[in-house]
Design a binder for this molecule. Structure first.
Ligand SMILES: Cc1cc2nc3c(=O)[nH]c(=O)nc-3n(C[C@H](O)[C@H](O)[C@H](O)COP(=O)(O)O)c2cc1C
Length: 241
């Protein structure tokens, strides 16, 4: 299998020294490079509550990632409006850039370029993800799918009581149309509560998040080391033409 490792590394947001520290032998290996965090996970909080339940769940995942040597950043989508995709097609002319500049979606795409793994977290609203997370993911993946493609990711849901699975399913669709391995835990990636304090009483949810962090770190290590297969020639049809 012929692979262009430099192109692969660039796509994964890895620099030469970084992948050498990750243990890859070859032309990029830099002898004597001190071991330092070389993989980065971007965790996206789709809640308007900066330090609510979803944030608490993401923080638990982040702790385990950090313990495994992975750098982490939690990106807050915030409480200001996040526009929906208007299908303007501008991002087809300017890949990686959404025409809406007044919310964090372009920042998400930029940060995704330098990350090798993702967690997308959302509170459950009427049995589905928050509108802000869905709008952000629709636009970020439509304008900048290349920044996420082939990198492991996980979906996390926080609910008071019900709707977590539909929420997780919705978030995972962005990943599974983009060649991203979806990382799981020993139960579905959900926590429960109305406040951060509630979540910290959800012992099973806490353990699920912690295992998820460890599993994501492993998946990130593995995917950073193994280049993707040669791409199949892609067909794009509307079924009838
Ligand atoms: C508009 C709205 C709709 C909600 N819908 C649900 C729901 O369908 N199921 C549920 O269990 N909790 C629901 N909740 C509660 C939140 O999902 C839950 O409190 C969540 O943990 C809050 O996370 P956060 O602190 O990160 O925002 C809803 C909350 C709001 C504001």
């Amino acid at each position: 299998m012929k692979t262009d490792r430099r192109a692969f590394m660039a796509k994964m947001g890895l620099v030469g020294g970084a992948i050498a520290a990750a243990g890859v032998m070859g032309e990029e290996a830099v002898s004597g490079t001190a071991r330092q965090p070389r993989l980065k996970a971007l965790l996206v909080n789709g809640s308007p509550h900066a330090e609510g339940c979803t944030y608490t769940a993401l923080s638990l995942v982040a702790q385990e990632l950090q313990a495994a040597g992975v750098q982490t950043e939690i990106l807050q989508l915030g409480s200001a409006p996040v526009s929906d995709c208007i299908a303007c097609g501008n991002c087809r002319k300017h890949p990686g850039v959404c025409i809406w500049k007044d919310d964090p979606v372009n920042e998400l795409i930029e940060k995704a370029k330098g990350a090798q793994g993702f967690v997308f977290g959302s509170p459950v609203y009427y049995g589905h993800p928050s509108g802000r997370l869905l709008s952000a993911l629709d636009r970020a993946f439509y304008a900048g799918s290349f920044a996420f493609e082939g990198k492991p990711g996980a979906a996390v849901a926080s609910s008071r009581r019900a709707g977590s699975l539909a929420t997780i399913d919705a978030i995972q669709k962005h990943m599974t149309i983009n060649q991203m391995p979806v990382v799981s835990s020993f139960y579905w990636n959900e926590v429960h509560g109305f406040s951060a304090e509630d979540v910290m009483k959800d012992e099973e949810g806490i353990s699920v998040m912690r295992q998820l962090g460890r599993n994501l770190a492993r998946a990130m290590e593995a995917y950073a080391l193994v280049p993707p297969p040669q791409p199949v020639e892609r067909k794009f049809t509307h079924f009838i033409r």
